[in-house]
Design a binder for this molecule. Structure first.
Ligand SMILES: [Zn+2]
Length: 117
């Protein structure tokens, strides 16, 4: 089956995330992509370009470099051609999250080092 085109207007990406089965959540996605009087089919998808990095759960398996990107429960697509300039507070929040992630990585690295001492 050929991969489906993203349901977001102005977007031509293929492949992505299926709409949630949960009706309330699904409605929020439809509102977010600004498609009134439109209903997603079982094959409708929203591509990864419309989700923030923080919308994903990243799972790493010890001993391998395998990364699994899974959408968090309840996230709504938020990055669109019509929202190109994020608000300052959103940018600040993003950079804070990145800082915190770095900090955790550093702590984990130090713990690993400690094992060899
Ligand atoms: Zn898209």
């Amino acid at each position: 089956m050929p991969s489906t085109l993203c349901s977001v207007p102005l977007c031509a990406e293929r492949g992505g995330h299926a709409f949630p089965r949960n009706e309330k959540w699904k409605k929020q996605w439809i509102d977010a992509i600004k498609r009134d009087k439109w209903k997603p089919t079982a094959h409708s998808i929203v591509c990864q370009k419309h989700f923030k990095e923080s919308d994903y759960l990243v799972e790493t398996h010890r001993g391998t470099s395998t990364l699994h990107h899974r959408l968090r429960k309840g996230v709504i697509p938020s990055i669109f051609a019509w929202t190109k300039s994020p608000t300052l507070s959103a940018v600040r929040r993003e950079s804070r999250l990145t800082c915190r992630k770095k900090l955790i990585e550093n702590i984990e690295f130090k713990e690993k080092l400690a094992l060899y001492e």
